[in-house]
Design a protein around this ligand. Structure first.
Ligand code: C2O
Length: 591
């Protein structure tokens, strides 16, 4: 494994070194997928023994899932109902509603006598803090970061700057310690909605400033875990040294460096048949699918969540995958709740959490530089005016708004430019591969599959206890380039319901034509997966319900399905099989 040189050039042949600079249209349009070198073949990665994979022949085919779906309104526009979520009232903070009862955890911060409103600087500061990849830090930087963490850990628990309190910030906003202002029966939940990216940006901002102040170094910048680059696709060494203040023992012992991270990880799904190189190709393909493919704010950030709304309307692409998978991959499965990273209440106790999120934050910046008119922040005032409160490095309580976080330079920091090898790692259709690499495998045509569907109907809603396939009609076929630019074709898995305490997972395939081999993330047929990070009560069986969205315009082009009236959607349960209820499946055009 050590001999594997993790350079991006070995994966994507047309890879250049543009750094994070604006990629050209040519790069985005590039149809070059991750290639593996001639000493390895595609077939090697297809395994029949993987625990999370089902025999394709077990797939049930059925029709349905098309009823009762009023179109969700599109809100990525200036129209707004003037109902932004407001910063919580700390004096009303209570024990978190959504933590396992076996765990006693308090996450309320101290109450402050006054709140300061954050005012952004008038200009971008001339000197920015530069966040660097965690695997490239020099000794001086690592020492500095270690000392800052040591001091943060040494602060008394009731000091709002202490590491304990930093972890509680996440618990409070994510596990139901705050009620919405004006809606005392509804919790604030910053995940699974359009607040995911800005909330964590603000949390990291204060965390970084506090660390800097503890070492009297205002230039201190939080390193990011560069998990989107082959060289960064493992737990960074600085976090894995047991003598370091950056260490956390509550991590998966089997995922210590140099184990390559699986950006599509599902609990317990370690697959020894996938070698490092294949894993890296899968990861780069996932990055392409989750960052290049979603071209609108709604698809990238998540669905609107306004005052009075129930939590968890729906995640954006980056939160769903790989963010959630990284949490599950990092937590220790031997702990009762996969702590620390594997449960929201405990995530902030792992210093790795902040670097994991720094990369999420960095990719928000990168996404906006990719080609496409709609790759912008929301202009909806309910998003822009949403507020949170955090303690700063002077122990002052500060109220911040989402609108002041959209430009990181105004927050005083930026990211070191790094190569983005995944820009060239567009998944490829299996159809082409199978027919060219294994002529003895019979590939039925789409029509053949549709014929099969005339077998008994699968009625929605259903419990996902087996892989299921269903034919879903498209609103319009053969759309022009302009129509495609105007509206994305979106596959919506409606009303996905499960107990909040579980980490459920299922994969979604499109036009998976009864293949004999497993669909992988570098296949266009792999639309993505859904993996939840638990946040709920262990004994209450409280359920959460959400929609899961997949952008499929480009995917259908790659599958040569432009002329088809319908697509075949397959859902494959991977964890907590039989514990997810699905209300239906629909395809909509959304602008
Ligand atoms: Cu607030 Cu990565 O979770």
């Amino acid at each position: 494994m050590a001999s594997l040189v993790l350079t991006s050039t070995s994966f994507c042949p047309s890879f250049r070194t543009p750094g994070d600079a604006k990629p050209t249209k040519g790069i985005r349009k590039s149809n070059i997928a991750c290639k593996i070198t001639s000493d390895q073949t595609d077939q090697q990665s297809s395994s029949t023994s993987s625990p999370r994979k089902y025999d394709r022949r077990d797939v049930l085919l059925g029709l349905g899932g098309l009823y009762g779906m009023a179109g969700l309104s599109t809100v990525n526009g200036p129209l707004a109902s003037a109902a932004p979520i407001q910063a919580p009232d700390l004096s009303k903070c209570h024990l978190p509603d959504d933590v396992p009862p076996t765990v006693h955890v308090e996450c309320c911060p101290p109450v402050a006598p006054k709140i300061i409103d954050y005012t952004p600087p008038a200009h971008i500061p001339s000197k920015l803090r530069v966040r660097l990849p965690a695997h490239t830090l020099d000794k001086e930087y690592i020492d500095k970061y270690n000392i800052a963490m040591e001091r943060m850990r040494a602060l008394p628990d009731d000091d709002p700057r202490s590491f304990t309190q930093q972890a509680m910030v996440h618990c409070a906003y994510c596990n139901g310690a705050y009620d919405q202002i004006g809606f005392p029966d509804i919790n604030i939940q910053v995940h699974n909605c359009w607040l995911f990216l800005p909330f964590h940006r603000w949390q990291l901002y204060f965390y970084e400033r506090i660390l800097g102040s503890l070492i009297n170094d205002p230039t201190f910048a939080l390193p990011f875990w560069n998990w989107d680059h082959p060289e960064g696709m493992r737990m960074p060494d600085i976090f894995a040294d047991p003598t370091s203040s950056l260490y956390d023992e509550n991590r998966n012992p089997n995922h210590q460096p140099p184990v390559v991270v699986d950006l599509d990880y599902t609990k317990g799904a370690d697959d020894p048949t996938i070698d490092d190189k294949q894993q890296i190709i899968h990861n780069l393909s996932i990055m392409y699918r989750q960052v290049v493919t979603p071209k609108t704010a709604e698809l990238f950030f998540g669905l609107p969540y306004r005052a009075g709304d129930q939590p968890n309307p729906g995640m954006g692409a980056l939160e769903r995958m790989p963010h959630n998978n990284l949490h599950i991959w990092g937590g220790n499965p031997n702990n009762p709740n996969n702590e620390d990273l594997g449960h929201f209440y405990s995530s902030g106790r792992d210093p790795l959490f902040y670097s994991l999120h720094a990369n999420v934050d960095r990719i928000w910046n990168i996404w906006k530089t990719l080609p496409g008119d709609k790759r912008t922040d929301f202009s909806d005032s309910d998003w822009l005016e949403t507020s949170f409160v955090f303690y700063d490095e002077k122990k002052q309580l500060v109220r911040v708004k989402v609108k002041d976080a959209v430009d990181t330079r105004l927050l005083g920091y930026t990211y070191e430019k790094r190569p983005l090898p995944w820009l060239n790692c567009k998944p490829e259709s299996r159809k082409a591969k199978v027919t060219t690499t294994a002529s003895n495998i019979l590939v039925p045509s789409a029509r053949a599959v549709e014929k099969k569907v005339t077998t008994p109907l699968t009625a929605f809603p259903l419990m996902l206890d087996n892989p299921i396939s269903t034919v879903v009609p498209r609103p319009k076929k053969r759309r022009s380039k302009k129509e495609k630019d105007d509206a994305e074709e979106v596959l919506i898995i409606k009303g996905v319901e499960f107990e909040e305490t579980l980490s459920v997972s299922f994969a979604v395939y499109v036009n998976d034509e009864d293949q004999t081999e497993t669909i992988r993330p570098d296949n266009s047929e792999f639309a993505g997966s859904f993996t939840s990070v638990p946040s709920g009560k262990k004994d209450s069986h409280e359920k959460t319900k959400t929609d899961v969205l997949f952008a499929i315009t480009e995917l259908l082009e790659d599958l040569d399905a432009e002329d088809d009236d319908t697509v075949v959607v397959t859902l494959v349960p991977r964890n907590e099989v039989g514990k997810v209820k699905i209300d239906g499946i629909k395809i909509e055009l959304r602008s």
